[in-house]
Design a protein around this ligand. Sequence first.
Ligand code: ZN
Length: 81
Amino acid sequence: MLIRNLFILIIILLAIWILRILIKKSSTAQKQTSTDSKKMVQCKYCKVYLPLDDAIKTRNTYFCSQQHLEDWETGSNHDDH
Ligand SMILES: [Zn+2]
């Protein structure tokens, strides 16, 4: 009788364990798709990559900060080659 109860307990624990793995797997998969869709842009001044949401855009050019935008604008020779 005791062995039978123990067997049922192991089955229940195993089911919970499998369920937890499945939930964890699906949540991480959703996270990956959201990060993949996030567009990355490069700062024209220091060449660092940053998310489009955090970038400063001016005339189809991206900058990581207002300071780099100003530094690039005031820079003497920056032709589009
Ligand atoms: Zn920069």
